[in-house]
Design a protein around this ligand. Sequence first.
Ligand code: BGC
Length: 358
Amino acid sequence: MKISRIAFITVVMAAFVLATAFAGGSSEQSGSMSSGGGKIALLLPETKTTRYETADRPDFEAKMKELSSSVQILYSNANQDANLQLSQAEAALTNGAKVLVLDPVDSAAAAAIADKAKAAGVPVIAYDRLILNSDGVNYYISFDNVSVGKLQATSLVNQLTALGIQNPTIVMINGSPTDNNAKLFKQGAHSVFDPLVSQGKLTIAKEYDTPDWSPDQAQNEMQQALTALGNKVDGVYCANDGTASGAIAAMKAAGISPLPPVTGQDAELAAIQRILKGEQFMTVYKAIKPEAESAAELAYDLLTKTPVPDSMTNGQTVNNGKIDVPSVLLTPVAVTKDNVRDTVVKDGFWTAAQVGLQ
Ligand code: BGC
């Protein structure tokens, strides 16, 4: 009697374990909604910029693991292909994703994804880049991107002044025309440059938008600019570190020495090393950990239908052309060789050894 009761309990427990495993579709990571499980899709845009695979993805995954061991993350990277991203999002919805965290390759085209998710009752978080013209966007988490452009432009202008260059000639290498952030960086930069241009204190000799944020394209653009300007350039505004690497390669190939000040963004390891070597003047550090962690917290609240605390957005919204999207906007920081230690190293983004500081 005693033995058979134990056997019965064992069978019931085994059946429960099996049922739980099958309900989630994966025995390891999924569980029932009541235990805080379910599927969340994380859709990132590209791999040439190092942040996505080295910071955004691992930081998001680590935070989610901390919040619940039973949430399954469906991860995809679109390699700069907006159509591929659409099919990745559709596959995530078909596979049962209950929240989409989407960093769109194309901010306008991604409206189709957010609309589809809305029709399926799946909330969407626009991650780092806003999704335009859709009422299917529930939250937007990013940095103050106009400020990023202002920081870059102000640092460049101050450095040109410090170098004593009168009416300097600069080249502008902006980001991808399909990325809403690129538009905001450019807007911030122009808000600093344009008044100087109208006062005759600065010349923007050439300006390019760089398809796909491609470093190779940026190198071609810089090469064209150098040819047109007879190699006479006093400063280069580059919207991120990848495009800065391309511009610097073009100037080195043209034999320009010393290199003029070049801006960047992302505090990529290679960029910090270039800054310490004197090849790149500045970058913008955006602390990705709090960005990815806020996205994970928000996604988890949406998945478990937990009310999102007001402190998350503090009532802040950004209009996406259709609706005001509740938003979390973090603060970017300018980094030159003078504050590498006090910013990226202090924050643990890179160690002193990684960047080559002892
Ligand atoms: C991001 C930048 C990144 C760029 C290229 C922008 O939307 O905010 O951090 O360098 O895309 O991926």
